[in-house]
Design a protein around this ligand. Sequence first.
Ligand code: NAP
Length: 330
Amino acid sequence: MEFNLSGFPAAEAQQKKVESVRLLVLGSGPAGLSAALYAARAELTPLVLTGVEIGGQAGLTFIIENYPGFPEGVGGYQLGELFQKQAEKFGARVEFETASAVDLSRRPFKISTYGADYLADSLVIATGASSNHLGIPGEKELTGHGVSYCATCDGYFFKEKRVVVVGGGDSALEEGLFLTRYASSVTIVHRRDSLRAGAILQKRAHDNPKVNFVWNSVLTAIVGDHLVEGVKLKNVVSGEESLLPTDGVFIFIGHTPNTELFKGQLEMDERGYIKTDMLMQTSVPGVYAAGEVADPNFRQVVTSAGMGAAAAMQAIKYLEKEEVQSPGVA
Ligand code: NAP
């Protein structure tokens, strides 16, 4: 029997609704919703499938201070709502659906969800990236019981508690600083003796009396019976091992692009990011990729939004060219 990625027999899929669209956007973060805005203004009535993380990773950010136009900063979730409202105002349709399979081998491209098969003349992939895990004992077992990958989502549960933050990048410091609102202490454990994070965040972290650092150290296990009670640490220079009592562990060690659906269909780099040219074009004509799914370098809300707009502009040109070459096909 044939199965699709969602695990449903292919026979059931035959009962699904089938709908044709000019442009389909996968993902509802800054890249996806910006692509939808531009495509909507070109009167393509784009369809956005949100995926499970509506608003993408930006939507989980408490406050975004570096998106131009908001000198006082803007809530990540609030910014996502504004993006969506603006795209919808011009005719974009946003559906709370997740693609379970895609077929990019012929046009129209087929994008399958649990309830529908969409046939799209062009596609913008903006599926973003997901948090990396440490892969150590206790991490999986205690996720949701003291282990978290989102301070904005879970920080509130750590009022007057001790937390450990893992990582030395912007995310670790930004989220660690956010946690100082609730936690009694925030211990940042970093595998080296210097941080990757930008200067402003470093200064804020060093100046905050609740933040302290454990350098040159990695977690080897997270321990606790039902709830996190501590972390096992290893100093990578001296080899010394220790146990640090804590109530929570927040892990911010980078991301992996969400490209599983496209493996074998689109060219990717060795880390799984979708390869695009300067014009956001992937290895399949008519398929564009934007935002963190195709960007291991910048990964900012503003750059993702810009990539989304550029991808849509190229998709619009692609569809227009096709109409000129084969009038009446669309
Ligand atoms: P990142 O910059 O890749 O940093 C990941 C951190 O985790 C690094 O310090 C890395 O250590 C550490 N790490 C990686 N794997 C590890 C492991 N297995 N065990 C222990 N530590 C590990 O990721 P990010 O902080 O999520 O930032 C991603 C991008 O988003 C960056 O471009 C960043 O500038 C951007 N961002 C910006 C802002 C902002 O502008 N406010 C906020 C958040 C994110 P090493 O340093 O030793 O490699």
